[in-house]
Ligand binder design. Structure first.
Ligand code: DX5
Ligand code: ZN
Length: 216
């Protein structure tokens, strides 16, 4: 089953609660929450306080994407705030395996993410332990960028590697996902499609989310 995870980075922050509710009502299974610290990536977005504030709006899965240095220091507050999945970057952690253990010990699902320039080998030893693998299909930091085509080959290789170790982990793709490329992304093996601008700039959000689920 394909899941769609609209990124609230492209939402109207002045009406965040309603913006979250809008995409869930339109058929999204997840809500993608982009946390940026101004160091791992240039911008600063939102913290655990905002996650806590929007948590009562919906029961949908809160898919927290930490684009931060020292992700281990942020786990507790985001779990307390209501995160269901916490994904951090392999490039940001000295001991990614330990971070995964810490997320699990706190009762949350754990995801590992790789930037476009990071080889699959960097996460190979972690695949059996994670609940989600997030392939960045743009360089993290901003919404509205263009999908990097080489991400499709990376998705295929990760799909094969996850299948080979019998993992049921979700394979998520983030950046430049649109109605036009959703089907090929799904065919490459992705199970969760993040989309920020494609969803929030859509004139018919319900139709867009339906299209992002692919043809079957
Ligand atoms: C980029 C973020 C993405 C981004 C996706 O750093 O991780 O989640 O908001 O936005 P679109 O879908 O507009 O590329
Ligand atoms: Zn993201």
């Amino acid at each position: 089953m394909i899941k769609v995870s609209p990124s609230i980075l492209s939402a109207d922050f002045a009406n965040l609660g309603a913006e979250v509710k809008k995409v869930v009502d339109a058929g999204a299974e997840y809500v993608h929450i982009d946390v940026m610290d101004g160091t791992f990536v240039p911008e600063i977005t939102l913290g655990a306080g905002i996650v806590k504030a929007i948590r009562p709006v919906t029961d949908a899965v809160f898919d927290v994407h930490l684009m931060v240095e020292h992700p281990d220091t942020q786990i507790e507050s985001f779990i307390k705030a209501g995160a269901d999945i916490i994904t951090f970057h392999v490039e940001a952690a000295k001991h990614p395996h330990r971070v995964i253990q810490a997320i699990h010990a706190a009762g949350c699902k754990a995801g590992i993410s790789l930037n476009p320039g990071t080889p699959v080998a960097m996460v190979e030893e972690l695949l059996a332990d994670v609940d989600l693998v997030l392939v960045m299909s743009v360089n993290p930091g901003y919404g509205g960028q263009k999908f990097i085509p080489a991400s499709l080959s990376k998705l295929r290789r990760l799909r094969a590697a996850l299948d080979a170790c019998g993992s049921q982990a979700e394979l998520e793709v983030d950046g430049g996902v649109t109605e036009a490329n959703a089907q090929e992304i799904i065919e490459a093996g992705a199970t969760v499609l993040v989309a920020g601008s494609a969803v929030y700039k859509s004139k018919d959000i319900k139709a867009t989310i339906k299209a992002l689920h692919g043809r079957n």
